[in-house]
Design a protein around this ligand. Structure first.
Ligand code: NAG
Ligand code: NAG
Ligand code: NAG
Length: 381
């Protein structure tokens, strides 16, 4: 036990070290662009831009204390600082990914190095299909299909012929997700029973697979495909299902076991589907990101990561988990946050703090280095 935990902690030191070295001397390992699709875990400003262009009420991420740790002001990210995608872009020597819906009317050359289509609240399944199931999305009607359509709209301004586009995409890193979490979030929020929500999982996974297949068709070769996070550990879900029987909680982490099992079910189907795609396309690199286990480390051994609070939000509207869905971080009166966000796993009850995102990104970068050892060049010199 002790030796395995000290081995783990050594491993983390190594990851941090190579991460910092790469950050300070950027190498982008052959990738010329990064294109990203997803939801609020990856949104670097899209929902904010969309709400401005449609003159709708701005999302809570438009207000402080969001952004306080790194950007020193709100950017539309649901975090005190950088998201995992920001750390990943930095580690690969790229600028932060610009939000497509915030700059699509600008100069497209600026988007050749990559752009982010992820929209907070976005689902994998489209909004008309979800509505047929009685599932309504209060945040946005954007789905993964809409994000792909936007990508297809943009593509002709980035490359002129289909062979040029194939080359551009072939040299790109595609970050596909996390996506699908909202399909389930919105269903659970509406009180849909778990069996019915489980029926959505194969449909969500098929939608992700077909997005990957469409991009392979266009020439994409390298994909990072993150699984879902342990939703049973999030203050939002813990609050929704507060008062459950004690036997529904994992006594060592305080997380809701059945919800974490639901996440594992999604991830298991996703992994099987990715394996099918790999078998059909042996030349394609599909790297699954094990967000579930990467994040479970925070709840199982918080001290190792410098966390004091795992299942209470840093910024929220009070209550046992400091989360109240009608008092979200950023909207008045929730303008304050904990004094040290880096000791919290959860920023606002749904999303991670910058400190947690950094660990999650380190794990992703380590996966990339396993597949592309040249990314780690500075380490061997
Ligand atoms: C929405 O999704 C359903 C099920 O995947 C599909 O049959 C339908 O064509 C989609 N509609 C739109 C407008 O994309
Ligand atoms: C989403 O809603 C906006 C209005 O809020 C509308 O203009 C747009 O067509 C809708 N998009 C989809 C894909 O339903
Ligand atoms: C959440 O906030 C609302 C609005 O301020 C309040 O009425 C409600 O009692 C709060 N819920 C809990 C569980 O604290």
């Amino acid at each position: 036990m002790a030796s395995s935990s000290s081995r783990n902690s050594l491993k983390h030191h190594f990851i941090i070290a190579c991460f910092l070295i790469v950050m300070s001397s950027p190498v982008n390992g052959g990738f010329t662009s990064i294109f990203s699709f997803g939801d609020s875990l990856t949104d670097t400003g899209n929902l904010l831009a969309i709400s401005i262009s449609e003159s709708r009420k701005p999302p809570s991420s438009a207000f402080p204390p969001n952004g306080r740790t790194f950007f020193h002001g709100p950017t539309g990210r649901r975090c005190d600082g950088r998201l995992a995608i920001d750390f990943l872009a930095e580690a690969l020597g790229f600028p932060f990914l610009r939000p497509y819906y915030g700059c699509k009317n600008g100069r497209p050359e600026g988007l050749r190095k990559g752009v982010n289509f992820a929209v907070a609240g976005a689902s994998a399944l489209n909004s008309s299909f979800l509505a047929e199931q009685g599932i309504y999305n209060p945040t946005t009607n954007m789905s993964l299909g809409d994000q792909l359509n936007s990508f297809n709209d943009l593509l002709p301004s980035l490359c002129l012929s289909s062979s040029e586009c194939k080359e551009l995409l072939g040299n790109s890193l595609i970050v596909m997700g996390e996506i699908g979490g909202n399909d389930y979030n919105h269903a659970f929020e509406l009180g849909t029973n778990i069996e019915k929500v489980r029926h959505l999982v194969p449909l969500v996974v098929d939608t992700i697979a077909s997005a990957i297949n469409d991009l392979i068709e266009l020439g994409a070769v390298t994909f990072l495909v993150p699984g879902n996070y342990p939703i049973g550990c999030t203050p939002a879900y813990l609050t929704s299902f507060q008062g459950s029987n004690n036997d529904k909680y994992d006594p060592s982490t305080g997380c809701l076991t059945w919800l974490n099992q639901f996440t594992e079910y999604h991830n298991e189907l996703l992994r099987k589907e990715l394996e099918k795609i790999r078998n059909l396309h042996p030349d394609i690199n599909i790297i699954y990101v094990d967000n579930y286990n990467n994040a479970m480390r925070f709840y199982n051994s918080p001290n190792q990561f410098g966390f004091r609070e795992t299942i209470r939000a840093c910024c929220g509207g009070g209550g046992l988990y400091n989360y109240n869905s009608s008092r979200n971080c950023g909207y008045p009166p929730v303008k304050q946050c904990c004094s040290d966000p880096s000791s919290f796993v959860s920023w606002d009850g749904v999303h991670y703090t910058e400190a947690a995102n950094k660990w999650l990104a380190n794990a992703v970068f380590e996966e990339l280095v396993n597949t592309f050892p040249s990314l780690n060049k500075p380490q061997s010199s």
